[in-house]
Every structure is written in structure tokens, then in C-alpha cells.
Design a binder for this molecule. Structure first.
Ligand SMILES: Nc1ncnc2c1ncn2[C@@H]1O[C@H](COP(=O)(O)OP(=O)(O)OP(=O)(O)O)[C@@H](O)[C@H]1O
Ligand SMILES: [Mg+2]
Length: 271
């Protein structure tokens, strides 16, 4: 909209608002650039350190003592965590600044949830958590890789905050002829109403609740609070919605609503 003419108060206010908007936009751009730069520039030295640690543990520089081996393993885990954090920050920056475009195609919910379950199988086996996925032949319009990342984040949280031996369920619902809801349900520690308001913001973690035990508290501290922010940014980029229903001590349901797609028609079916 062109600025109004005339030397009056409205004109002055208009200028003040325009200057403010420009300065907010510029500072957002600088923030995005900074985050992108930091996360990108962190990854190169981290990869070098990781490669050196890998060589050390493989005995390339000589045999390590058992204590040395254990130290190297711990350092490898710490560097891998930092590398993941740098990658998460870069993904978040790219998606939220709109610099990457998501190609949306029909994605099979059965397939994407199956591969997400495979992706977290090491963790679910370790925690002895069973993931039950309902049968479905539904398709949604999505970027398969990014949607898988959303399920991996939600499942990792569900496993992380569930007691050992618990079950996590993935179910599907038709909301309307064009919208599908996917629900990831756990029976873990749950999230208070107050924390639910901010939980999708970056670097946000729920306060320790009265029902938290020492294990849940240390599990909370082990994360960075980026997983859900990434899920929200990805789902927003799909034009979908993500939300939750939760009660402390009872568990949580994270739901995603996406646009339904028709199953792709196989060429052999046309002949
Ligand atoms: N299923 C869940 N049950 C209970 N609390 C949860 C659940 N999912 C998320 N939370 C709460 O929300 C917080 C933010 O989750 P988020 O996935 O963003 O970060 P994180 O898991 O702490 O770290 P990371 O960046 O490694 O994912 C968690 O720290 C936890 O307090
Ligand atoms: Mg997480």
C-alpha cells in the first residue's frame, strides 16, 4: 500500500510504523543469517573431530586401554549430539525463513510411519517400548522425508517420556473428506496445561512436575527442546496443524492434521 501524502499526524505515524516494521524485518533476517551461519560452520569442525574419534576407537592410532575406549565412546556420543543440534538448527532456520520449498506428493501413511518406527527402533528396544501402528491405506499430501522426521521426533518423545515396557499407539482418523488426523498416543508423564502453551517454541522444555521422578527429570535435561519446534515448522510448511491433548500423570496425544491425497495410480493399473 503506498504511503499517504500530507504533512499531518497520520503521515508521521505511518512513517514510524514503516520504520519499525523495516527494523524488525532486518533484525529477523540477521537472526536467521546468524543461526544459519553458526549451525553450518559448526558442522565442519564437528565432523573432523568425529572422524578422528572414530579412527581412535577403530585402533588406527594404536590400541586403547579399556578406560580410553570408554572415554572415546562418550566423546563420540557428545559430538554426535552436537552435530544433530547443528543440523536441527539449520533445518529450523531454512524452513522458518521460507528458503526451502517443500515438494508435496501423495505419501502413504502406512509406509512413512513404518519407516519412522524403524528409525527409532534402537531407542524403543532399549526402553522396551512397543509401538502399535493401526492398519491404514490412507495417503496425505506431504514431503515424505520431512514427515518421517516429524514422526521420529514425536515417537522419540513418546518413548522418552513413557515408562519402561509401555505401549505407544499411532492411529488415523478421517476428519473430513479432505483432512486426515494422525494421533500419536503415549501413557507417559504428560504435560501440564501451562507448559502446553509454549511447548512448540524452540528451546522450550516442560517444567518438572510433581509427578516427575529423578529419572524423568534427568531425561528432560538430556534434550535440547528443539524437536517439537521442528515438527511445528514442518507441519506449518505443509499448511497443516499440530497440537496436543495431555494430562500430567496420564499421558499425551500429539495430533497432526494434513490434507488427504489419493493413492498414486500405478502405470500397470492403467493398462
Ligand atoms: N510425549 C511427551 N510426554 C511428555 N512430555 C513431552 C512429550 N513430548 C514433549 N514433551 C515435553 O516437551 C519438551 C519439548 O520437547 P522437544 O521434543 O521439543 O524437546 P526435547 O525432547 O526436550 O529435546 P530434543 O530437541 O532432543 O527433541 C520436552 O522436553 C518435554 O518436557
Ligand atoms: Mg524431543
Amino acid at each position: 500500500m503506498p504511503p499517504p501524502h500530507g504533512d499531518d499526524e497520520i503521515n508521521h505515524l505511518d512513517k514510524v510504523f514503516r520504520d519499525m516494521t523495516n527494523s524488525i524485518t532486518k533484525s529477523r533476517q540477521r537472526e536467521h543469517q546468524f543461526l544459519g551461519m553458526v549451525s553450518h560452520d559448526l558442522r565442519t569442525p564437528l565432523n573432523t573431530v568425529l572422524a578422528t574419534l572414530n579412527s581412535l576407537s577403530e585402533g588406527v592410532y594404536g590400541k586403547l586401554t579399556p578406560n580410553g575406549e570408554q572415554r572415546v565412546k562418550q566423546s563420540e556420543a557428545a559430538i554426535e549430539r552436537l552435530t544433530r543440534l547443528a543440523k536441527d538448527l539449520l533445518d529450523l532456520e531454512k524452513l522458518s525463513s521460507g528458503t526451502i520449498f517443500l515438494p508435496l506428493h501423495p505419501v502413504s501413511l502406512q509406509e512413512v510411519t513404518r519407516s519412522a518406527c524403524e528409525g527409532v527402533s534402537g531407542f524403543s528396544d532399549y526402553k522396551n517400548v512397543v509401538i502399535e501402528v493401526a492398519e491404514t491405506n490412507r495417503y496425505v499430501l506431504a514431503d515424505q522425508e520431512k514427515l518421517e522426521q516429524v514422526f521420529i521426533n514425536l515417537l522419540s518423545n513418546a518413548i522418552k517420556f513413557s515408562p519402561d515396557g509401555a505401549t505407544v499407539n499411532i492411529e488415523f482418523r478421517d476428519l473430513s473428506p479432505i483432512a486426515i488426523e494422525i494421533r500419536v498416543t503415549d501413557t507417559g508423564c504428560g504435560i501440564s496445561l501451562n507448559d502446553q502453551k509454549t511447548i512448540f517454541e524452540p528451546f522450550t522444555q516442560a517444567e518438572a512436575g510433581v509427578l516427575d521422578n529423578a529419572e524423568t527429570q534427568s531425561i528432560r535435561q538430556s534434550g535440547t527442546g528443539l524437536g517439537l519446534a521442528i515438527c511445528k515448522t514442518i507441519i506449518d510448511a505443509h499448511g497443516g496443524t499440530i497440537g496436543l491433548e495431555s494430562k500430567p500423570g496420564t499421558g499425551s496425544v500429539f495430533f497432526i492434521r494434513l490434507r488427504r491425497a489419493e493413492a498414486p495410480v500405478l502405470v500397470s493399473n492403467l493398462q
